[in-house]
Design a protein around this ligand. Sequence first.
Ligand code: ADP
Ligand code: MG
Length: 363
Amino acid sequence: MDREKLGRKNRRDTLIVIAIFLALVIAASFGAKLFNPGYSREPFQRTMFVLDDYVTITAYGKDQSRVEQAVDEAFRELQRLQGIFDRYDPESELARVNREAALGPVQVSEDLWCVILTGLEAYLESGGAFDMTVGPLVDLWDVLGRAERGEPPPGAGDIAEALELVGTDKLELDHAARKVRFSRQGMALDVGGLVKGYALDRAARVLRDKGIENGYISMISTDLTMGDKPESAGGPKWRVAVLNPRGEDYMATLRLPGGTYVSTSGDYQRYFEYQGKRYHHILDPRTGYPAEGVISVTIVGGRDGAWSDALSTAVFVMGYPEGLNWVESLEGIECLLVDGTGKAHATTGMGAYLEEAPRDIEP
Ligand code: ADP
Ligand code: MG
């Protein structure tokens, strides 16, 4: 055989070997399925962009196809909620309420009513730091739009005008009829401070209804651990990292039991800079400006997702030390807060979750 023919034959032999190998792999995995149908050691994981953030559901279960179906269904539930709460979608229920509630009382769905009630509670408990009627102020600041266009912050006159339309005390709620009314034209509900936490619970309920007991739902700024982490995956506790708000690394790691909520509010995700100053998306309803004095707040615990999410926003606005002291007085809830100078502070009970002392950061 000449050299060229020999080369071709070698290549053909190699291809045959690869084909046999692939056939064996396929047969082996098919065999494994037959003997152990649907069993999977690895969790099933899926990420989707919904409710304005990347949501990742990690679910453990014996039957892979059932786990997959459950996760699919949980995402469908999140999309349904997006259809209610996305106030920038003119078709959403919230957009309709914002258009109509100044004209007269509007009856709302049970989902929206639940969120409004938690928002009201957060407003009352936080002394007004949490206020879901910040809509006009959020629109005026439009931090992402200003970031894109390189615009300066809004003027003091416009801020004062928007503030006239902010105040949960300007909402009229008819509890018996589940109706909402705005006392002023131009008011707008913005549930961005707690809706992800609400959605987290709805997604978890779908997973549980479908038989998934162990998993982790991450909505970036609000997470929930479900049941124990399987021993084979390093459980029973879940290891959760708290991002360094000024870097790519972590400032703390937590070990959490099942059924624990973790919510973070920070000045580093949505903001614009103008003449060296940072303007972020968490607004102080008392001043009309982005809340000052805090870089990030992480809340651990809480009775439900919406409350945990609302708390992180509320504590961020309340600032240091007021916000931290407030959480110290709440049963079953802990807080890790980075103040404006980069110093980390934690409530006393936080030690039970922290793997080691949180480190301060460079502001
Ligand atoms: P994330 O959006 O990252 O989950 P938060 O939970 O802190 O962060 O929510 C911030 C959002 O809450 C803002 O984008 C805005 O929609 C809304 N918001 C801003 N300021 C307040 C406030 N003082 N009270 C309630 N909601 C607020
Ligand atoms: Mg929040």
